[in-house]
Design a protein around this ligand. Structure first.
Ligand SMILES: NC(=O)c1ccc[n+]([C@@H]2O[C@H](COP(=O)([O-])OP(=O)(O)OC[C@H]3O[C@@H](n4cnc5c(N)ncnc54)[C@H](O)[C@@H]3O)[C@@H](O)[C@H]2O)c1
Length: 241
């Protein structure tokens, strides 16, 4: 993919990591089609970056097909939009409608994006890339977090499945699994621009997953607990920070 001619789509582009992805792609000279459910914030971001803004709820399959129809030249599709619900307790403490909404945005949002975009990416018979924003909470299980962590585990599974299914095609898949990032979703964490830079480097280099170095051992430890039959324990960064 040549940066000057790249057309890229970013969902959840009006804030946080999505906005940082849009800014980084704009700096590379990409043509941008930006999507978000927040019309006002989207319009501000799109105007600033000279982008096309398409108000889109990623949980709506028809809206995602409309978005794809507005970006027929897209060669990079960033399925990034996501939400965390207000209930951050144990699974039984999260109301049913919140499970449904978090899964509708985080999981169905990605699936709807794949269903809308992958056929047209394949039909173009040219190199293309799908970048999925998962989360560290989709690889390691943290106590609390409500429906968010389980939804992100589904996202990492969908991303892995998509990567396997597309292995013999010109379409690559990458996923980013950040820990805390300072965005509308989290008051603390690293700058979203750092996450966007890592994400685009992974796309450039065909790397499948970006997982923070200090959390990689914790992810492996939890898998080891499962396969060896031990009780699960909360993950911790290493070296402890
Ligand atoms: N902030 C973190 O600590 C963190 C860590 C790991 C992963 N993530 C993931 O990063 C992604 C982006 O989140 P962020 O941290 O930038 O948060 P954010 O709240 O700053 O941005 C999310 C954007 O998605 C939009 N959005 C929400 N629901 C939508 C929908 N149904 N359709 C379209 N757009 C919708 C919001 O309007 C917002 O502009 C999410 O998938 C999130 O789960 C965030």
């Amino acid at each position: 993919m040549t940066a000057e001619t790249l057309t890229a789509v970013v969902t959840g582009a009006a804030s946080g990591i999505g906005q940082a992805l849009a800014e980084a792609l704009h700096a590379r000279g990409a043509r941008l089609v930006l999507a978000d459910v927040n019309a006002d914030a989207l319009s501000t971001t799109a105007a600033r970056l000279g982008a096309t803004g398409v108000v889109t709820d990623v949980s709506d399959p028809a809206a995602m097909h409309t978005l794809a129809a507005q970006a027929p030249q897209a060669r990079l599709v960033c399925l990034n939009a996501g939400v965390v619900g207000p209930s951050l307790g144990a699974p039984w403490e999260v109301p049913p409608e919140e499970w449904d909404r978090v899964f509708a945005v985080n999981v169905s949002g990605v699936v709807n994006g794949l269903r809308a975009f992958v056929p047209q990416l394949l039909a173009a018979r040219a190199p293309a890339h799908v970048l999925i924003t998962a989360s560290l909470a989709g690889l390691a299980v943290f106590p609390g977090g409500g429906a968010y962590g389980p939804s992100k585990h589904a996202v990492t599974a969908v991303a892995q499945h998509a990567a396997m299914a597309l292995a013999d095609t010109p379409v690559r898949v990458s996923m980013i699994c950040p820990a805390l990032v300072a965005t509308g979703m989290s008051p603390e964490g690293i700058a979203p621009a750092l996450v966007a830079d890592d994400a685009l480097r992974a796309v450039d280099n065909g790397v499948f997953a970006v997982v923070p170095a200090e959390w990689q051992a914790a992810v492996a430890t939890q898998v080891d607990e499962i396969v060896s039959g031990r009780q699960p324990t909360p993950p911790a960064p290493w070296p402890a920070g």
